[in-house]
Design a protein around this ligand. Structure first.
Ligand SMILES: NC(=O)c1ccc[n+]([C@@H]2O[C@H](COP(=O)([O-])OP(=O)(O)OC[C@H]3O[C@@H](n4cnc5c(N)ncnc54)[C@H](OP(=O)(O)O)[C@@H]3O)[C@@H](O)[C@H]2O)c1
Length: 277
């Protein structure tokens, strides 16, 4: 039975470099997902030029039909999934003039809710020893939240996915009411989205720990400050360097104990997500 790795938002940037590295290091098929097939095909062609052989699949993570089609392909052609890298994300530029409510809704919808939909649909297909990587960010640390009450809720070791979704909706209501800063939420929607994605990672590891499938590991990763379209090419690191920690987490050997449900930095070391320094 062939093994399968899936990387979302992989037609460019860090996702593209993750696919390239997995093509070299992973013993199985690597699926390069792109919401636009033309852009995806160009990315696949570029890797084929290097002698690598990723498989292209369309995936718009905000579209449940598109996620369902990917799930069908995985079921029918691979019978299961061994690596899932949730890399796709958006970020409004700091000087964006769109209303904050729109920025918050768009960013939370893609970076949190769409990733959650991908997880809900694809997690049933994960095989024992599967590895899931959520590409989070340095912006997704607890210290972005200034309210002690909200921090307490987010760090509650019994917090459920439904309770987290309620908190995310509470954040959106507070943004609409113009009170999110007073309430102590992160200032930027991107940071809020990544804080929520980090917390989702910890919740999902707790669920995997109770799963009948053995040894499924999920981590959140800060890939570093990378030179991509998302950072307007301000990050100093190459995409290959940015891919290192996500790939490390994707290829954790069977039964490794750490990192597991952790926040991993670009040097592949675990950091304390709750640290307020
Ligand atoms: N670059 C950094 O310094 C940095 C730092 C911390 C964290 N990160 C995180 O690293 C990850 C990759 O970022 P990047 O810097 O490589 O950004 P990027 O170059 O802008 O690439 C983002 C990728 O996500 C895709 N995407 C966006 N929305 C999507 C959707 N709704 N459905 C499917 N695909 C979608 C994009 O597709 P299109 O080409 O079609 O738009 C693109 O392939 C993100 O999670 C980001 O938050 C980056």
């Amino acid at each position: 039975m062939g093994r399968l790795a899936v990387v979302t938002g992989a037609n460019k940037g860090i996702g593209f470099a993750i696919v390239e590295a997995l093509c070299k290091k992973f013993d199985g098929t690597v699926m390069l997902c792109s919401r636009d097939l033309e852009r995806g095909q160009k990315a696949v062609d570029a890797l084929k030029q290097k002698g690598l052989n990723p498989v292209l699949h369309q995936l718009e993570i905000s579209d449940q039909n598109s996620i369902n089609k990917l799930a069908e392909t995985i079921k029918n052609e691979y019978q299961g999934l061994d690596i899932l890298v949730n890399n796709a994300a958006i970020a409004y530029r700091r000087d964006a003039t769109d209303p904050l409510v729109k920025q918050a809704e768009d960013t939370i919808n893609v970076n949190f809710f769409a990733n959650l939909d991908v997880c809900k649909t694809l997690f049933p297909l994960l095989r024992p020893h599967a590895r899931v990587v959520n590409v989070s960010s340095a912006a997704g640390m607890l210290k972005q939240v200034t309210s002690p009450e909200i921090r307490q809720k987010l760090t509650n070791p019994d917090l459920t996915e439904d309770e987290l979704v309620s908190l995310v909706n509470e954040y959106l209501v507070d943004v609409k009411a113009g009170v999110h800063l007073d309430k102590g939420w992160p200032a930027r929607p991107y940071a809020a989205s990544k804080v929520f994605l980090s917390v989702l990672t910890f919740i999902h590891q707790r669920e995997f720990n109770k799963d009948s499938r053995e040894d499924i590991v999920i981590n959140a990763v800060h890939p570093g400050a990378v030179d991509t379209d998302l950072t307007n090419h301000k990050g100093p690191m190459t995409i290959e360097r940015g891919a290192q920690a996500p790939v490390y987490c994707a290829l954790l050997p069977p039964n490794s104990l750490k990192p597991k449900g952790d926040m991993v930095w670009d040097d592949s070391k675990i950091v304390d997500w709750q640290s307020l320094e």
